[in-house]
Structure formats: structure tokens, C-alpha cells
Design a protein around this ligand. Structure first.
Ligand code: XMP
Length: 522
């Protein structure tokens, strides 16, 4: 019987670059499966995985430093194409008998590359390309069999290669956006040099991840803290697909949720997706702890601590009903959540960071983590969500902060003040959706200010609260600008909030950018 063709894959050996995951992402964009492995992986193990190509990532070290991470040199004899990027290229040169030396000046920033038009890496690309450099070492002697295949103003060896053995090196970073045609250089490596077709899809990501989850979890049970946000929702549906009822989601109602949030989450996950779910209504407990608190940082700390307590108790209860089985905690951690940690695979720093996502829960509770989205970027998670059948409403919903409406009620949090911000928020959401603006902006919400002012309603004087509208655009939440929303839409939202939300007689529009302001008010 003919055997199933093996899935084509590119292996990426990680030497600690902050861009390793971006390389993996670029390969996925070529619709080819990629996997990141620690730099120490033996050539014999790599051979067993039968990759179509190997990429050696960049890294912060210098190849001649005492403890510089090394590659198993036998990989060059496997007959598998290799591409070294920055540090990866220097490793190739150093390891195969060339010479690498420290440059007089560190080359950092843009450069212009003139690539050899006959080299397959530059197929269908212009003769001159903008590239992004970030390195302190340079190659001064090429190894036997290698020749220069591209140069920049500062480097005659910006691209090198042994075209017979299909081993190439790039001094610059093709994976970053500052190398505008870099994606095509990588695509040329993947398709033209490694011969991969474009047959990997999000569907195959889902299948593979389900297999991996089943392998990790075995017969065990998994708990997942569901917030209703994109990441935890996609993780929940993915895990449910993999292990069915061995997943239990815990949804904590902290009393700081938006209107109808708890019901909507329950309806979707419990009724539509038939995921086992435990909803804990802890609203009174949270509000009691927050009574009289006005300091934003204290609010956040109280909410974080209380969440852990509630979650721990819910998990303990589950464990009691089925002791020994609830060993796993799933999280919707994404790659940007671990981006600051050292990325040399196997380095515990990566784990420590992910623990912080749930305020130290797993450390205390001795859970093993299941993080199926760990290698993905937000837009890829959205793609996975859509593929899993989650609606646009969930997949493209705006971010909502963990501390919820608590950071949108400035000053003291009371049930009455929460009612006001909740009703105003619902109107903002409704109008943003009705006008088509909701999906065009990063976030749009209402904030209740601790300011009362005089107004007139009918013949009566009022002395009521103020709502601020915060509507911003952003790429990643790090910087933001206020949205120039049509005046008619602002007028409509303002009129509705003042008419429909009892206790509000004034609406302001927040026109501050981040920095110096932040998106949330607290
Ligand atoms: P700031 O207010 O810092 O917010 O400009 C940047 C982005 O992060 C969201 N945000 C949070 N998300 N937990 C979260 O999960 C939090 O504690 C938190 N605080 C802010 C905010 O909504 C914005 O998108």
C-alpha cells in the first residue's frame, strides 16, 4: 500500500533571536508547516523528522564567544538545504572553516542589498533591495565551496552560499517588516530551494495541535479559565475538539462584566459548542472587596487576587469530584505574551513569563500548562477561530481588560456606578456595530468619570454624572490614537446615553493619544 506522503516541514533552530517566531510565521505565510527546535537538537534527531529545509535563526551571541550556542555540524551533511540568518549565517561560516570577526562598527538599521540575480533566493526580485541589519560580526573569509551572492554598502558578504550543497546565509533579517521583500526571499528558500509546495493550512494546524494536545494530556482532565475574549475562546474550542468532555471551562463572573456578558458566554460555549462549563458567580465577593477603593493599582491587585482565590476554589472542587485527574491548566497564551522572554527553547524564562499571565496560578497549584496557541500571533488565532466555526462577533471582538469595568469606573465602584457604565457601554457597542465602525477601530467604550455637573432636563435642573467616550485605533495596544469618528455618530451616541442612561447628563469625547495618555483610564 503506498504510504501517506509525509507532511512537508521546515525546521527552525532557535539561537535566541527575538525574531525566531517571526521566521516561523513567515514560513507559515508560505503555507508550509514550520517547527521551532532548540539549537542543541542533534543532527540524528533532525534527520528522523525528515524536514525539507533547516533555518538557523539569529541570536544575540558572537560565534567566537566562549559559551556561544553551537549547532551540530553534522546537519550540513544531511543533504537538506540550510539557511542561516545573521548569527545563523556566521555559525555556518565559522563552522565550515571560514572566518568571522568583530566589525569595527556594529551595523544596525537599513541597508541596500545587491543580490546575485542568478541566485534562487532572489528569483523574481529586483536587483536592489532594502534590507534590515542588526549585527556586530562580519565574515572575513568564506568557507570552501562558498561564494558571495549579495553585497551591501558595508559588507561584501551580505549573502553567501554553497549552491551545490544548498547551504545559504543572509547577514540581514529577511523576516522583519523593515526588509520589505524579505518574505519573498524566504518564500524562494522554502519553495525554490527546499521544493516545498503550499499545502499547509489552518485546518492542518488544528489537526496537528489536536493530536499534540491528546498526546500531552492522555486520559487527564483539563481546566481552562474562560474570559469570553478571543484567545481563551479559541483555546477552549480547540481543546474541546481535541479532548471533548475532558475539558472543563471555568467562567468567573466578577460583577465587573459588560451587559449580558455572562449569559452570552454561557449560551455560546455551553449550549452551542456543548463544552462543559462551570460558571462561578462571585460578583458580591468582588464588589465587597472593592468597596471604598479608588486607587487604580489597588483595584487591579484586589481583582487579581480575588480571581485567583475564586479560580483556585473552583479548581479544587473539580479535583475533589475527580481526584488525580485534573493535572492540566490550559491557557490561551499567544506568542506576543512571551515575546519579552528569552526565546532559546528549553530556557525556563519562557515558562516563568507564561505563569504570570494568570497571576502565578500554576506555580501554586502545580498544574501542567497546555498552551496550544503559544506559537501564534493574534491574527493567526483569529484565523484558527474562524476555521473552528467561531462567529465574527467572537473572533473579531475588541479587547476587554481583565479587571473589566472596574477600570472604567473612575473612583469608587458601586453597583449603581457599574449600572451606569454598563448601560452606556451597551449603547456605544450597539451604535458602533450599527454604523459599521465597531470592526474598524481597536476599541470603543464608555468611561464613567467622578465628575458631576449641572444640566437641565425638561424644566428641571439636574446635577448628574459624566460619561467619557474612548474610541481609539491601534496596531498592538502599545500606541494609540483617537478615532476621528463622524460627528453624526458621536451626536447619536451622546444623545442616546443622556436620554437613556439614568443619572448621566453630559458626554465628553476623549481626544488624547497614547502616549502620553493610556487607552484605559486606569
Ligand atoms: P492601556 O490602558 O495600558 O491598555 O493603554 C492597552 C491595551 O491593554 C488592555 N488592557 C488590559 N488587558 N488585562 C488585560 O487583559 C489588563 O489588566 C489590561 N489593562 C489594559 C486595554 O484594554 C488596551 O487594549
Amino acid at each position: 500500500m503506498p504510504s501517506q506522503p509525509a507532511e512537508e516541514k521546515i525546521l527552525i533552530l532557535d539561537f535566541g533571536s527575538q525574531y525566531t517566531q517571526v521566521i516561523a510565521r513567515r514560513v507559515r505565510e508560505c503555507r508550509v508547516y514550520s517547527e521551532i527546535l532548540p539549537f542543541r537538537t542533534k543532527a540524528s534527531e533532525i534527520k528522523k523528522l525528515r524536514p525539507s529545509g533547516i533555518i538557523l535563526s539569529g541570536g544575540p551571541a558572537s560565534v567566537y564567544a566562549a559559551k556561544a550556542p553551537q549547532v551540530d555540524k553534522k546537519i550540513y551533511d544531511l543533504g537538506i538545504p540550510v539557511l542561516g540568518i545573521c548569527y545563523g549565517m556566521q555559525l555556518i561560516a565559522h563552522g565550515l572553516g571560514g572566518k568571522v570577526e568583530r566589525s569595527a562598527a556594529r551595523e544596525y538599521g537599513p541597508g541596500q542589498l545587491q543580490g546575485d540575480p542568478k541566485c534562487a533566493l532572489f528569483d523574481k526580485l529586483p536587483a536592489k533591495l532594502e534590507v534590515w541589519n542588526s549585527h556586530g560580526d562580519k565574515i572575513t573569509k568564506l568557507p570552501a565551496g562558498f561564494r558571495p551572492l549579495g553585497k551591501t554598502e558595508n559588507s561584501p558578504h551580505a549573502v553567501i552560499g554553497d549552491t551545490k550543497r544548498h547551504i545559504y546565509g543572509l547577514q540581514f533579517h529577511p523576516e522583519v517588516v523593515h526588509t520589505p521583500r524579505g518574505k519573498e526571499i524566504l518564500a524562494n528558500f522554502v519553495h525554490r530551494i527546499c521544493g516545498c509546495k503550499s499545502n499547509w493550512t489552518m485546518e492542518s494546524f488544528i489537526d496537528r495541535t489536536c493530536r499534540e494536545i491528546r498526546k500531552q494530556v492522555g486520559e487527564g482532565r483539563v481546566i481552562l479559565g474562560l474570559s469570553g475574549g478571543v484567545d481563551s475562546s479559541v483555546a477552549a474550542v480547540l481543546l474541546h475538539k481535541a479532548i471533548g468532555d475532558r475539558l472543563t471551562c471555568i467562567f468567573v463572573n466578577n460583577g465587573l462584566l459588560r451587559a449580558n456578558e455572562a449569559t452570552a458566554v454561557e449560551k455560546l460555549f455551553s449550549r452551542e459548542f456543548r463544552i462543559r462549563m462551570k460558571t462561578v458567580d462571585a460578583s458580591e465577593q468582588f464588589l465587597k472587596k472593592l468597596k471604598g477603593v479608588t486607587d487604580p493599582e489597588r483595584k487591579r491587585k484586589i481583582i487579581g487576587n480575588e480571581f485567583i482565590k475564586v479560580f483556585e476554589k473552583a479548581a479544587r472542587d473539580l479535583k475533589k469530584s475527580d481526584p488525580g485527574h485534573y493535572r492540566f491548566l490550559a491557557q490561551g497564551t499567544l506568542y506576543p505574551d512571551v515575546i519579552e522572554s528569552v526565546s532559546i527553547s528549553g530556557n525556563p524564562a519562557a515558562l516563568i513569563k507564561s505563569h504570570h499571565n494568570v497571576g502565578g496560578l500554576p506555580e501554586k497549584m502545580k498544574f501542567e500548562l497546555v498552551e496550544p496557541l503559544r506559537q501564534l500571533f493574534k491574527d493567526e488565532v483569529r484565523e484558527v477561530g474562524a476555521e473552528l466555526g467561531l462567529s465574527k462577533e467572537i473572533v473579531h471582538r475588541q479587547p476587554f481588560p481583565g479587571p473589566g469595568l472596574a477600570v472604567r469606573v473612575i473612583g469608587e465602584i458601586t453597583a449603581e456606578r457599574l449600572r451606569i457604565v454598563r448601560e452606556a457601554d451597551a449603547i456605544v457597542l450597539e451604535e458602533m456595530k450599527a454604523s459599521g465602525w465597531y470592526y474598524k477601530v481597536w476599541q470603543s467604550f464608555a468611561v464613567l468619570l467622578p465628575v458631576r455637573s449641572v444640566g437641565v432636563m425638561g424644566d428641571e435642573r439636574t446635577y448628574d454624572d459624566t460619561i467619557a467616550l474612548r474610541i481609539v485605533n491601534s496596531h498592538d495596544g502599545m500606541t494609540a490614537d483617537w478615532v476621528r469618528l463622524p460627528h453624526e455618530l458621536l451626536a447619536k451616541i451622546s444623545a442616546r446615553v443622556i436620554n437613556e442612561v439614568k443619572g448621566v447628563n453630559r458626554v465628553c469625547y476623549d481626544i488624547s493619544s497614547k502616549p502620553p495618555a493610556t487607552i484605559e483610564w486606569e
